[in-house]
Design a binder for this molecule. Structure first.
Ligand code: XMP
Length: 321
């Protein structure tokens, strides 16, 4: 890999910001750029860097792909309004669910998401806005895992030999590509982003689609969305790196009020990690696990079984897809 990593301990965030602002501004010149903000630390950092460098020449969108968590579009928009950044919500639910129809294989699902993001959604936004550049928060771990063939991260293009200008009609700018998550958090803090952003657990670009085994339908996403809210509610004070709910494909026999209830299974994962390259499960107290099982089986319709993943990464990965 030709990209040179900047290790978090060697990073001077203020110098990094100054250098990237200059680079972005000279790359874009008098043209326009767009970026997609999901509210995660990477895309939030790119949004702030981009606005410092380009001001009104950067247009920021929240892509409503139907795969986000409860209330996420509105809360991200209002958080950034407070920082003086206007974010437009772009509704692409239909495109994403159409693209994911009948797909079960994890890499095929990832490829479909990449295609819808870059070709259908950004292709159209670029055309409508006249922008020549797309800014995004690809980080060093994303590139490393994709190039190693572990997982195709949704935002990796050039490193897979994709010429975005030829294929999609715009150039991609990736100011964070030399940093790991811990370095990006330092830059986010130096950019005066709120703590709830710079300390936010990571959330993947393909969103809840990475947490649905088998076909990703609106109904199945809704199940995992409800379970996610409970998991985040119960585990947000653990200090863990990341915690998530996964919907399994197989149904299992359960029993409710003396009657057979053939239902769904949710797997909970909670990770200790620094930068997502390796990880181990948090040793959660049994009472916490018990509460998770109780809440998920009563509050999420159709779920009869809850399990906790006890595997390290490797050989597991953090997300299931
Ligand atoms: P895995 O599942 O590969 O995840 O162990 C490592 C870290 O990356 C996040 N992740 C992604 N982030 N696009 C992203 O922006 C993706 O396609 C993607 N897949 C995984 C994951 O949440 C974890 O923090």
């Amino acid at each position: 890999m030709e990209i040179k990593e900047i290790k978090t301990e060697d990073l001077n965030p203020d110098e990094f910001i100054k250098q990237k602002v200059e680079e972005i501004s000279s790359a874009v010149g008098s043209e326009l750029a767009i970026n997609a903000l999901s509210g995660g630390v990477d895309s939030s950092t790119v949004t702030m860097l981009g606005h410092r460098a380009l001001g009104d020449k950067l247009k920021t969108y929240f892509i409503e792909n139907g795969l986000m968590r409860e209330g996420e579009p509105q809360s991200v928009v209002s958080l950034f309004e407070k920082l003086g950044v206007h974010v437009e919500i772009f509704d692409a639910k239909e495109q994403f669910f159409n693209g994911l129809k009948n797909l079960k294989d994890p890499e095929e699902k990832r490829e479909a998401i990449t295609r819808v993001f870059y070709k259908e959604v950004f292709g159209r936004l670029v055309e409508e806005s006249g922008a020549k550049y797309l800014m995004q928060g690809t980080n060093y771990t994303d590139v490393e895992e994709t190039v190693a063939g572990i997982k195709r991260q949704h935002n990796i293009l050039e490193q897979l030999g994709i010429n975005t200008e030829k294929r999609y009609g715009y150039k991609v700018i990736e100011p964070l590509i030399q940093l790991r998550k811990s370095g990006i958090r330092k830059v986010a803090k130096a950019l005066t982003l709120q703590e709830e952003i710079y300390n936010r657990p990571p959330f993947p670009g393909p969103a809840l689609a990475t947490r649905v085994i088998g076909e990703v339908t609106p109904e199945r996403v809704e199940t995992v969305r409800k379970a996610t809210r409970i998991v985040e509610d119960e585990l947000c004070n653990t200090g863990a790196f990341q915690y998530l709910a996964i919907l399994h494909e197989d149904k299992v026999t359960g029993v409710r009020e003396g009657k057979r209830d053939y239902g769904m299974q949710i797997e909970v994962r909670c990770w200790e990690s620094i930068d997502a390259t390796i990880g181990s499960p948090t040793q959660l107290p049994y009472e916490t696990l018990d509460k998770l099982a109780e809440r998920i089986t009563t509050e999420v319709p159709g779920v009869v079984s809850v399990t906790y993943n006890i595997t390290k990464k490797p050989p597991s990965t953090i997300e299931v897809v």
